[in-house]
Design a protein. Structure first.
Length: 89
């Protein structure tokens, strides 16, 4: 099944094939990147603020950050940064 990942935020949408949403996302390649998805796989959920730093690092990787950048921040900094919907990698 084809999904679309937002190049900036890492957000993933799985539109119904042939739907208006699929056509819309397909028409915005500079923002939405087509990716193959495994049926039943959802993007990772944001960890709880009290989660281990390694969970926040893994989550940051799904949001476009490099491992080096994510590991250079504290857990609390990652949580604050990734809690902000306008945060960029």
């Amino acid at each position: 099944m084809l999904s679309y990942r937002n190049r900036r935020t890492g957000e993933v949408h799985v539109p119904e094939p042939g739907s208006w949403m699929a056509d819309r996302l397909d028409g915005l390649p500079e923002v939405w990147e087509p990716v193959e998805s495994v049926e039943g796989t959802l993007p990772p959920a944001k960890p709880a603020r009290s989660a281990r730093k390694s969970e926040w690092v893994d989550y940051a990787l799904t949001r476009g950050y490099t491992r080096e950048d994510a590991e250079s921040l504290s857990r609390d900094d990652l949580a604050r940064l990734l809690d902000d919907p306008d945060a960029e990698a």
